[in-house]
Ligand binder design. Structure first.
Ligand SMILES: C[S@@+](CC[C@H](N)C(=O)[O-])C[C@H]1O[C@@H](n2cnc3c(N)ncnc32)[C@H](O)[C@@H]1O
Length: 427
């Protein structure tokens, strides 16, 4: 089955995530904002960087909108004939079409269906494409009578697809805001980025399902489980879960902070292992994971204090995903000497950590680290010197087909400290 994936705010990161998750042979760049994935097992809730996805119905030669619009009305007025009320949305990606023109297509389809006795609730377009929030709140793509037709313009063709759902923004927000311990100073990772980083490491749920595991939900907490993590059936089967924690892969975060990576990894079905220099953070992570475990059946959780420069972690460690020490936060670009000082401290911690880690993990262990990259007023980044020494520290860059793996940086326009993502493998 072909899936068209609408990529998030930083499309190259989202595409890299898809490639790591589904393999280079199954992921293609379709346009600047969309990727194509060949898979039978696509679950958007296990991805951080894809905002909407649809099953590809047809790939056509590029045509102007009136022509495509006619095709769509013709095709779907036949296809959707039948009983029961239909909720319908239409989204166009990759080309600017006036919202009212898209609305007109919807109304034409609505009329054609009405003639055949089927009533339609047409979702008004808030833009060329329905926003993730609109599609999510109307549950488009989640039932046969809630359809979102997606028209995605690519470089040389147009894809017609039917949405299979959007990223569950309310579940992500509930996980972010609902947990008991938060700490603005350490700079908590958004859950979406944590999820993306876990996938970017290259460790996949499929690999671990071959070791027979998945997570399940327990229906105990005050936050509705569906608000927290409505994953696919594959991830909510208690039956699999009971097969035991020893079958799960273990993911280590040696700079765990408040435990966002651990939380997302536990929900994906990994055993999680965290450490942090600060006792307070160890306590915060523990409390946040306890909170999660009260609502979901998760694997083992181990959290301990430790300086990543010299700590000895207990095996097994199957993957390392961490947002390492970022240095002090800045609200404006620092003066060069200040930046130089901070960079030197962070370089020291990062390189010593990597050296320590290399002596403890197996060759082939997969790693995704977010390290700081400082942005100046012109938008240029200053990078850690450690990045040039990764090979001598015992690591290699992973390789990707669709994006330049050495150029992945997560940042917001208003941020001075961006996060450079290092996708590595131990030599
Ligand atoms: C950027 S924060 C990580 C935040 C975390 N991702 C979260 O979402 O809460 C970096 C963390 O590294 C910890 N840290 C700093 N130096 C460390 C060291 N040498 N060894 C281990 N942890 C360290 C800090 O206490 C902080 O919790």
């Amino acid at each position: 089955m072909s899936i068209i994936a609408i990529l998030g705010r930083q499309p190259e990161l989202s595409l890299a995530e898809l490639e790591q998750r589904f393999g280079s042979d199954s992921v293609y760049t379709f346009s600047d904002i969309a990727g194509l994935v060949e898979t039978e097992a696509f679950d958007i809730q296990t991805l951080g960087g894809t905002v909407k996805a649809g099953k590809v119905i047809a790939e056509l030669d590029k045509a102007d909108w009136p022509r495509l619009s006619r095709d769509i009305v013709q095709r779907y007025s036949k296809e959707l004939r039948g009983e029961g009320k239909l909720t319908l949305g239409i989204s166009v990606y990759g080309k600017t079409i006036a919202a009212r023109d898209i609305q007109r297509t919807g109304l034409a389809l609505k009329q054609a269906l009405k003639k055949n006795g089927r009533s339609v609730r047409l979702i008004p377009n808030d833009g060329t494409a329905l926003s993730t929030a609109t599609s999510h709140h109307n549950k488009l793509g989640l039932a046969s009578n809630k359809l979102e037709i997606m028209i995605v313009y690519g470089r040389s063709s147009v894809i017609i697809a039917e949405s299979t759902g959007t990223q569950n923004i309310s579940a992500l927000a509930a996980r972010d805001q609902g947990r008991p311990k938060r700490d603005a100073f350490v700079g908590m990772l958004p859950p979406k980025l944590a999820l993306m980083m876990i996938n970017l490491s290259g460790i996949t749920i499929e690999q671990q399902q071959s070791r027979s595991v998945v997570s399940a939900e327990d229906n105990k907490g005050e936050v509705q489980p569906e608000e927290l993590a409505p994953r696919s059936e594959a991830l909510s089967s208690d039956e699999h879960n009971r097969k035991g924690d020893q079958n799960r892969h273990t993911l280590l975060d040696p700079f765990c902070g408040t435990g966002v990576v651990l939380q997302e990894a536990a929900l994906l079905g990994f055993n999680v292992y965290g450490s942090d220099l600060a006792e307070k953070m160890v306590d915060y992570s523990q409390q946040n994971l306890d909170w999660l475990a009260a609502k979901h059946t998760i694997g083992t959780v181990k959290i301990e204090p430790g300086d990543a420069i010299e700590h000895t972690w207990q095996p097994p460690i199957d993957a390392i995903v961490a947002e390492t020490y970022l240095g002090q936060p800045f609200s404006a670009p620092p003066a060069p000497d200040k930046l130089d000082k901070v960079k030197r401290i962070v370089d020291h911690i990062t390189s010593k950590f990597l050296e320590n880690l290399a002596s403890q993990i197996d060759s082939g262990t997969l790693i995704c680290l977010a390290v700081p990259a400082w942005r100046d007023v012109r938008g240029n980044f200053t990078h850690l010197s450690t990045i040039k020494n990764l090979e001598s520290l015992g690591y290699e860059w992973q390789t990707l087909k669709n994006v330049d793996v050495k150029n992945l940086i997560y940042y917001r326009e208003d941020q001075v400290v961006g996060r450079k993502l290092l996708l590595l493998v131990k030599n």
